[in-house]
Design a protein around this ligand. Structure first.
Ligand SMILES: NC(=O)c1ccc[n+]([C@@H]2O[C@H](COP(=O)([O-])OP(=O)(O)OC[C@H]3O[C@@H](n4cnc5c(N)ncnc54)[C@H](O)[C@@H]3O)[C@@H](O)[C@H]2O)c1
Length: 368
């Protein structure tokens, strides 16, 4: 395929900042373009199409899927819609980029992966954190035994008030008055699906799949406020997990309303001969000048949310050149398994065996 026509599904915060802002830059044009945009909020898709010069806009997702110019979709809608929208896209023969998180259960992930294989379409699942050079250097250090015998790790993130304060939500027009309430409601709200997902992709990408999880989970902030409106929160915002990777290597995972014991989304990993803390190995920064994910030029980096653009371009390359991405649906399914099992453990009081696995990168796969 010469140029991949992308359908942007949802013209909210990440549809604008992670997809449309990037897709109009000149370096993208030989490979891909924004073919259509859809959003059910009246006027939003039309306003986005007008601002970014997209030829077609729709209020109904089904109409976007029926558009022959759309070869692939990027799901920039709330997480709880991704499974159903993914199935419909695959049925329509479209390739799919899932913004995090791909779906909410292992059963959903199995269905998406099986159906895509049967229909011959490709799936890329964010967050593709292992595309970062420093993440691959971390994986290399583990594989080369430079940390010694792994003992324990911590990985997690805090939701804080980030989505309530995103600048893209503070305006008066339809493209900048975007309600984030879903981030605080069941089934797809809370910090695990939203932010801990980055940390858990780093941790499992660096050390490999986990085997068991036990968790406690609850709600600390039952009410929030967005631009003077009250949000009654019903999704847990405070979850602590214990993960067993086998061989007496354990990890603490967390998604909290406040506070952090790790640096950034990167995990801390402690071994008998060395440690990874944030982006550092034994205190030395693993990020080198000029480092960037494969498609992130300085222009893309300056726009922000370039990791979303990177993951979308992984799908574009796969469609055009047949190169599978390491931002794989298998890896995403394993992280979904960890969170789904953690919530089940918190409800039952029992430790849960994880049912899924994935192939972590081998030394020969590492580019850095
Ligand atoms: N906001 C961020 O900082 C951020 C960063 C990275 C990834 N993400 C991911 O991006 C995705 C979207 O998050 P967001 O923050 O942009 O949410 P958002 O609420 O800002 O935007 C979601 C948009 O989807 C639209 N929508 C609702 N139902 C729809 C439907 N049936 N079909 C099409 N569109 C529909 C909404 O009207 C809204 O415009 C999520 O998967 C999230 O995890 C968000």
């Amino acid at each position: 395929m010469d140029k991949v026509g992308i359908g942007i599904v949802g013209a909210g915060s990440i549809g604008i900042r992670g997809a449309l802002n990037h897709l109009v830059l000149p370096d993208v044009q030989p490979k891909a373009y924004a073919a259509a945009v859809c959003d059910p909020v009246p006027g939003r898709a039309e306003a986005a199409a007008e601002r970014y010069g997209v030829l077609r806009w729709y209020e109904r997702y089904e109409d976007l899927l029926a558009d022959p110019a759309v070869d692939a979709v990027t799901l920039c809608s709330p997480i709880g819609l991704h499974y159903e929208q993914g199935i419909k896209a695959i049925e329509a023969g479209k390739h799919v980029h899932f913004n995090k998180t791909m779906c909410l259960t292992v059963a959903e992930a199995d269905h998406l992966i099986d159906l895509a294989a049967r229909k011959g379409v490709h799936l890329v699942a964010s967050p593709g954190v292992m595309l970062h050079p420093h993440a691959q250097r971390m994986r290399r250090l583990v594989l080369e035994g430079r940390l010694g015998r792994l003992a324990w790790a911590a990985a997690g993130a805090t939701i804080s008030t980030y989505h309530l304060q995103e600048p893209v939500r503070q305006g008066e027009d339809v493209l900048s008055n975007i309600d984030p309430s879903w981030y605080f409601h069941r089934p797809d709200g809370g910090p695990l699906w939203d932010v801990t997902v980055y940390s858990m992709h780093y941790l499992t990408g660096i050390v490999g799949p986990a085997k068991r999880v036990a968790a406690f989970s609850g709600l600390v902030v039952p009410e929030r406020e967005f631009r003077g409106r009250r949000i009654v929160c019903d999704m847990d915002d405070n979850t602590l997990m214990l993960l067993d990777f086998g061989d007496s290597f354990f990890a603490l995972g967390y998604g909290t309303p406040a506070g952090s014991v790790t640096r950034g989304f990167e995990p801390s990993i402690f071994g008998t001969a060395g440690s990874l803390v944030g982006c550092c190995f034994n205190g030395e920064d693993l990020r080198l000048p000029g480092d960037h994910a494969p498609h992130v030029t300085p222009e893309h980096a300056a726009l922000g949310e370039s990791h979303v653009f990177e993951d979308l371009m992984q799908l574009v390359d796969w469609v055009r050149e047949g190169t599978p991405s390491i931002a794989s649906a298998d890896h995403a399914r394993h992280v979904v398994d960890i969170f789904e099992s953690a919530y089940r453990s918190a409800a039952s009081g029992r430790t849960e065996e994880l049912r899924t696995s994935f192939e972590p990168l081998e030394l020969a796969d590492l580019r850095y």
